[in-house]
Design a protein around this ligand. Structure first.
Ligand code: RIB
Ligand code: CA
Length: 312
Protein backbone atom coordinates (compact mmCIF):
# COMPACT_ATOMS: atom_id res chain seq x y z
CA UNK A 1 0.00 0.00 0.00
CA UNK A 2 1.52 3.33 -1.09
CA UNK A 3 2.23 5.57 1.91
CA UNK A 4 0.34 8.84 1.57
CA UNK A 5 2.15 12.15 1.93
CA UNK A 6 0.37 14.26 4.57
CA UNK A 7 0.21 17.89 3.47
CA UNK A 8 -1.22 21.23 4.46
CA UNK A 9 -1.61 23.45 1.38
CA UNK A 10 -1.09 27.15 2.11
CA UNK A 11 -2.29 29.06 -0.93
CA UNK A 12 -3.81 32.17 -2.51
CA UNK A 13 -6.33 30.86 -5.11
CA UNK A 14 -5.61 31.93 -7.87
CA UNK A 15 -6.11 29.77 -10.95
CA UNK A 16 -2.96 27.73 -10.60
CA UNK A 17 -3.52 27.30 -6.86
CA UNK A 18 -6.96 25.91 -7.73
CA UNK A 19 -5.36 23.27 -9.98
CA UNK A 20 -2.96 22.44 -7.13
CA UNK A 21 -5.99 21.90 -4.86
CA UNK A 22 -7.58 19.73 -7.56
CA UNK A 23 -4.45 17.59 -7.85
CA UNK A 24 -3.78 17.29 -4.11
CA UNK A 25 -7.40 16.52 -3.37
CA UNK A 26 -7.66 13.87 -6.06
CA UNK A 27 -4.48 11.82 -6.09
CA UNK A 28 -4.27 8.85 -3.70
CA UNK A 29 -0.60 9.55 -2.90
CA UNK A 30 -1.54 12.81 -1.18
CA UNK A 31 -3.40 13.17 2.11
CA UNK A 32 -4.61 16.78 1.93
CA UNK A 33 -5.18 17.49 5.62
CA UNK A 34 -6.21 21.14 5.34
CA UNK A 35 -6.05 24.26 3.22
CA UNK A 36 -4.87 27.55 4.70
CA UNK A 37 -5.35 30.70 2.65
CA UNK A 38 -3.52 33.98 2.52
CA UNK A 39 -3.79 37.32 0.74
CA UNK A 40 -1.88 37.21 -2.54
CA UNK A 41 -3.43 36.87 -5.96
CA UNK A 42 -6.44 38.60 -4.44
CA UNK A 43 -7.49 39.83 -1.00
CA UNK A 44 -7.90 37.26 1.76
CA UNK A 45 -11.69 37.45 1.60
CA UNK A 46 -11.57 36.44 -2.07
CA UNK A 47 -8.87 33.78 -1.82
CA UNK A 48 -10.81 32.18 1.03
CA UNK A 49 -14.05 32.07 -0.98
CA UNK A 50 -12.15 30.71 -3.98
CA UNK A 51 -10.60 27.87 -1.97
CA UNK A 52 -14.02 26.91 -0.58
CA UNK A 53 -15.66 27.11 -4.01
CA UNK A 54 -13.07 24.76 -5.51
CA UNK A 55 -13.45 22.27 -2.64
CA UNK A 56 -17.25 22.44 -2.79
CA UNK A 57 -17.32 22.00 -6.59
CA UNK A 58 -14.95 19.01 -6.47
CA UNK A 59 -16.67 17.49 -3.43
CA UNK A 60 -13.52 17.72 -1.32
CA UNK A 61 -14.29 17.59 2.40
CA UNK A 62 -11.20 19.59 3.38
CA UNK A 63 -11.22 22.26 6.13
CA UNK A 64 -10.28 25.76 4.94
CA UNK A 65 -8.68 28.23 7.35
CA UNK A 66 -8.29 31.94 6.62
CA UNK A 67 -4.93 33.43 7.57
CA UNK A 68 -3.18 36.75 7.15
CA UNK A 69 -4.79 39.55 5.18
CA UNK A 70 -1.63 41.68 5.10
CA UNK A 71 2.08 40.96 4.60
CA UNK A 72 4.41 41.19 7.59
CA UNK A 73 6.01 44.53 6.72
CA UNK A 74 5.50 45.78 3.15
CA UNK A 75 2.30 47.20 1.67
CA UNK A 76 -0.03 44.50 0.27
CA UNK A 77 0.04 43.77 -3.47
CA UNK A 78 -2.43 41.61 -5.42
CA UNK A 79 -2.47 40.18 -8.99
CA UNK A 80 -5.90 41.15 -10.31
CA UNK A 81 -4.49 41.55 -13.83
CA UNK A 82 -3.79 37.81 -13.98
CA UNK A 83 -6.53 36.26 -11.86
CA UNK A 84 -9.35 38.75 -12.32
CA UNK A 85 -11.61 40.65 -9.93
CA UNK A 86 -12.67 37.56 -7.98
CA UNK A 87 -9.20 36.02 -8.08
CA UNK A 88 -10.74 33.04 -9.86
CA UNK A 89 -12.52 34.57 -12.85
CA UNK A 90 -13.75 32.11 -15.46
CA UNK A 91 -15.55 29.23 -13.71
CA UNK A 92 -19.18 29.69 -12.58
CA UNK A 93 -19.81 28.12 -9.16
CA UNK A 94 -23.08 27.19 -7.43
CA UNK A 95 -23.99 29.27 -4.36
CA UNK A 96 -21.35 28.63 -1.70
CA UNK A 97 -22.60 26.61 1.27
CA UNK A 98 -19.16 25.74 2.70
CA UNK A 99 -17.94 27.89 5.60
CA UNK A 100 -14.47 28.72 6.88
CA UNK A 101 -13.10 27.10 10.01
CA UNK A 102 -13.30 29.46 12.98
CA UNK A 103 -9.59 29.16 13.89
CA UNK A 104 -7.10 31.58 12.30
CA UNK A 105 -4.79 29.76 9.89
CA UNK A 106 -1.67 30.77 11.83
CA UNK A 107 -3.14 29.40 15.07
CA UNK A 108 -4.23 26.26 13.23
CA UNK A 109 -0.77 25.73 11.74
CA UNK A 110 0.96 26.03 15.11
CA UNK A 111 -1.60 23.78 16.86
CA UNK A 112 -1.66 21.12 14.14
CA UNK A 113 2.12 20.98 13.83
CA UNK A 114 2.67 20.85 17.60
CA UNK A 115 0.16 17.98 17.84
CA UNK A 116 1.78 16.13 14.93
CA UNK A 117 4.49 13.46 14.85
CA UNK A 118 6.57 15.66 12.56
CA UNK A 119 5.14 13.93 9.45
CA UNK A 120 3.39 16.90 7.79
CA UNK A 121 4.70 18.55 4.62
CA UNK A 122 3.78 22.21 4.21
CA UNK A 123 3.15 23.18 0.58
CA UNK A 124 3.16 26.94 0.00
CA UNK A 125 1.86 28.31 -3.29
CA UNK A 126 1.27 31.91 -2.26
CA UNK A 127 3.07 34.53 -0.19
CA UNK A 128 4.67 32.96 2.90
CA UNK A 129 2.98 35.22 5.46
CA UNK A 130 1.01 32.49 7.27
CA UNK A 131 3.96 30.13 7.66
CA UNK A 132 6.41 32.90 8.51
CA UNK A 133 4.07 34.25 11.19
CA UNK A 134 3.50 30.75 12.60
CA UNK A 135 7.27 30.23 12.89
CA UNK A 136 7.63 33.53 14.74
CA UNK A 137 4.58 32.87 16.95
CA UNK A 138 5.70 29.35 17.92
CA UNK A 139 9.32 28.49 16.95
CA UNK A 140 8.82 24.99 18.40
CA UNK A 141 6.90 24.08 15.21
CA UNK A 142 10.08 24.35 13.14
CA UNK A 143 11.47 20.87 13.96
CA UNK A 144 7.93 19.53 13.60
CA UNK A 145 7.70 20.47 9.90
CA UNK A 146 8.79 17.49 7.79
CA UNK A 147 9.61 19.68 4.79
CA UNK A 148 8.39 22.75 2.92
CA UNK A 149 7.77 22.56 -0.83
CA UNK A 150 6.96 25.94 -2.28
CA UNK A 151 6.24 27.61 -5.58
CA UNK A 152 8.05 30.91 -5.67
CA UNK A 153 11.24 32.71 -6.48
CA UNK A 154 13.53 32.41 -9.47
CA UNK A 155 17.24 32.27 -10.12
CA UNK A 156 16.51 33.76 -13.51
CA UNK A 157 14.33 36.84 -13.95
CA UNK A 158 11.24 37.71 -11.94
CA UNK A 159 7.62 38.21 -12.97
CA UNK A 160 6.56 41.17 -10.82
CA UNK A 161 9.86 43.07 -11.09
CA UNK A 162 12.95 42.20 -13.11
CA UNK A 163 14.41 40.76 -9.88
CA UNK A 164 11.51 39.15 -8.05
CA UNK A 165 8.74 36.58 -8.41
CA UNK A 166 5.28 37.52 -7.09
CA UNK A 167 4.90 35.14 -4.11
CA UNK A 168 8.23 36.15 -2.63
CA UNK A 169 7.93 39.84 -3.48
CA UNK A 170 4.46 39.95 -1.90
CA UNK A 171 6.06 39.23 1.50
CA UNK A 172 9.85 38.91 1.32
CA UNK A 173 10.21 39.23 5.10
CA UNK A 174 8.05 36.13 5.58
CA UNK A 175 10.16 34.30 3.01
CA UNK A 176 13.29 35.43 4.90
CA UNK A 177 11.94 33.78 8.07
CA UNK A 178 11.13 30.56 6.20
CA UNK A 179 14.39 30.43 4.23
CA UNK A 180 16.42 30.84 7.44
CA UNK A 181 14.35 28.45 9.56
CA UNK A 182 16.41 25.33 8.90
CA UNK A 183 13.36 23.39 7.68
CA UNK A 184 14.17 21.21 4.62
CA UNK A 185 12.99 23.29 1.66
CA UNK A 186 12.31 22.53 -2.01
CA UNK A 187 11.84 25.52 -4.29
CA UNK A 188 9.77 25.31 -7.50
CA UNK A 189 10.66 28.62 -9.08
CA UNK A 190 9.78 30.37 -12.31
CA UNK A 191 12.86 28.74 -13.84
CA UNK A 192 10.91 25.50 -14.21
CA UNK A 193 7.29 26.66 -14.01
CA UNK A 194 7.80 28.69 -17.17
CA UNK A 195 8.48 25.37 -18.95
CA UNK A 196 4.96 24.03 -18.26
CA UNK A 197 2.92 26.38 -20.42
CA UNK A 198 -0.72 25.41 -20.62
CA UNK A 199 -1.22 25.69 -24.38
CA UNK A 200 -4.71 25.32 -25.92
CA UNK A 201 -3.93 21.73 -26.91
CA UNK A 202 -3.21 20.92 -23.25
CA UNK A 203 -6.54 22.45 -22.23
CA UNK A 204 -8.31 20.39 -24.89
CA UNK A 205 -6.47 17.22 -23.77
CA UNK A 206 -7.58 17.68 -20.16
CA UNK A 207 -11.15 18.58 -21.15
CA UNK A 208 -11.39 15.31 -23.09
CA UNK A 209 -11.30 13.44 -19.76
CA UNK A 210 -14.93 14.60 -19.53
CA UNK A 211 -15.50 14.82 -15.78
CA UNK A 212 -16.15 17.72 -13.41
CA UNK A 213 -12.46 18.17 -12.67
CA UNK A 214 -11.67 18.42 -16.37
CA UNK A 215 -14.42 20.99 -16.86
CA UNK A 216 -13.04 23.06 -13.97
CA UNK A 217 -9.53 22.79 -15.41
CA UNK A 218 -10.78 24.04 -18.78
CA UNK A 219 -12.76 26.96 -17.32
CA UNK A 220 -9.81 27.99 -15.16
CA UNK A 221 -7.16 27.69 -17.84
CA UNK A 222 -9.08 29.44 -20.61
CA UNK A 223 -9.25 32.55 -18.43
CA UNK A 224 -5.69 32.19 -17.04
CA UNK A 225 -4.17 31.76 -20.52
CA UNK A 226 -6.11 34.77 -21.82
CA UNK A 227 -4.66 37.08 -19.17
CA UNK A 228 -1.18 35.59 -19.50
CA UNK A 229 -1.30 36.44 -23.23
CA UNK A 230 -2.52 39.97 -22.45
CA UNK A 231 0.18 40.58 -19.83
CA UNK A 232 3.15 38.56 -21.11
CA UNK A 233 2.21 37.82 -24.72
CA UNK A 234 2.42 34.06 -24.18
CA UNK A 235 0.17 31.54 -25.93
CA UNK A 236 -0.02 29.36 -22.82
CA UNK A 237 0.06 30.33 -19.15
CA UNK A 238 2.77 28.77 -16.93
CA UNK A 239 1.04 26.36 -14.56
CA UNK A 240 3.15 27.40 -11.56
CA UNK A 241 1.62 25.97 -8.38
CA UNK A 242 0.80 22.40 -9.48
CA UNK A 243 4.52 21.71 -9.93
CA UNK A 244 4.71 21.37 -6.14
CA UNK A 245 2.03 18.68 -6.02
CA UNK A 246 3.40 16.90 -9.09
CA UNK A 247 6.78 16.71 -7.31
CA UNK A 248 5.23 15.20 -4.16
CA UNK A 249 3.40 12.60 -6.26
CA UNK A 250 6.46 11.75 -8.38
CA UNK A 251 9.74 13.43 -7.33
CA UNK A 252 11.37 12.31 -10.59
CA UNK A 253 9.38 15.03 -12.40
CA UNK A 254 11.91 17.62 -11.14
CA UNK A 255 15.68 17.90 -11.33
CA UNK A 256 16.91 19.50 -8.10
CA UNK A 257 20.16 21.13 -7.05
CA UNK A 258 21.04 21.57 -3.36
CA UNK A 259 22.30 25.14 -3.06
CA UNK A 260 22.41 28.16 -0.78
CA UNK A 261 19.34 30.33 -1.26
CA UNK A 262 18.60 33.73 0.24
CA UNK A 263 16.00 36.43 -0.20
CA UNK A 264 16.63 40.15 -0.56
CA UNK A 265 14.67 42.27 1.94
CA UNK A 266 16.68 45.51 2.04
CA UNK A 267 17.13 46.59 -1.56
CA UNK A 268 14.54 48.93 -3.09
CA UNK A 269 15.13 47.67 -6.63
CA UNK A 270 15.71 43.98 -5.87
CA UNK A 271 13.33 43.48 -2.93
CA UNK A 272 12.07 39.88 -3.00
CA UNK A 273 14.91 38.61 -5.21
CA UNK A 274 15.77 34.97 -4.45
CA UNK A 275 19.52 34.60 -4.82
CA UNK A 276 20.05 30.88 -5.45
CA UNK A 277 23.78 30.16 -5.68
CA UNK A 278 23.44 27.58 -8.44
CA UNK A 279 27.19 27.67 -9.21
CA UNK A 280 28.27 27.94 -5.52
CA UNK A 281 30.11 31.22 -6.04
CA UNK A 282 29.78 32.21 -2.37
CA UNK A 283 30.72 28.82 -0.88
CA UNK A 284 27.91 29.19 1.68
CA UNK A 285 26.26 26.16 3.33
CA UNK A 286 23.43 24.95 1.05
CA UNK A 287 19.97 25.29 2.61
CA UNK A 288 17.49 24.35 -0.09
CA UNK A 289 16.79 22.10 -3.04
CA UNK A 290 16.10 24.30 -6.05
CA UNK A 291 14.36 22.88 -9.12
CA UNK A 292 16.58 23.42 -12.16
CA UNK A 293 14.56 21.37 -14.66
CA UNK A 294 11.17 19.68 -15.09
CA UNK A 295 10.09 16.68 -17.18
CA UNK A 296 7.32 18.47 -19.09
CA UNK A 297 5.70 15.34 -20.53
CA UNK A 298 5.70 13.63 -17.12
CA UNK A 299 4.19 16.78 -15.55
CA UNK A 300 1.22 16.93 -17.92
CA UNK A 301 0.70 13.19 -17.51
CA UNK A 302 0.53 13.73 -13.73
CA UNK A 303 -1.99 16.56 -14.18
CA UNK A 304 -4.14 14.30 -16.37
CA UNK A 305 -3.83 11.43 -13.90
CA UNK A 306 -5.08 13.68 -11.08
CA UNK A 307 -8.01 14.89 -13.16
CA UNK A 308 -8.94 11.27 -13.92
CA UNK A 309 -9.02 10.52 -10.17
CA UNK A 310 -12.41 12.29 -9.97
CA UNK A 311 -15.33 9.97 -10.52
CA UNK A 312 -17.84 12.11 -12.38
O1 RIB B 1 4.45 33.98 -9.53
C1 RIB B 1 3.49 32.96 -9.63
C2 RIB B 1 2.84 32.72 -8.30
O2 RIB B 1 2.17 33.90 -7.87
C3 RIB B 1 1.76 31.63 -8.34
O3 RIB B 1 1.68 31.00 -7.10
C4 RIB B 1 0.51 32.41 -8.59
O4 RIB B 1 -0.65 31.74 -8.11
C5 RIB B 1 0.77 33.64 -7.76
O5 RIB B 1 0.44 33.32 -6.42
CA1 CA C 1 -0.45 30.97 -5.91
Amino acid sequence: MMEKTKIILDCDPGHDDAVAILMAGGHPAIDLQAITVVSGNQTLEKTAVNAMNVCQYLGLDIPVYAGCSEPMVRKKIIAGDIHGETGLDGPEFDPLTRTLEKEHAVTFLTRKLMESDGDITIVITGPMTNVGMAMRMEPRIIPKIKQIVFMGGAYTNGNITPAAEFNIAADAEAAYVVFNSGVPITMCGLDITRKVLCYPEIVERMERVGNKASRLFGDLMRFFCKTQKEVFGWEGGPLHDPTTIAYLIDPSVLTLKYVHGSVEIRSEESYGRTNCDIFDYMKKEPNMNVAVDIDVEKFWNLVETCIKCYQN
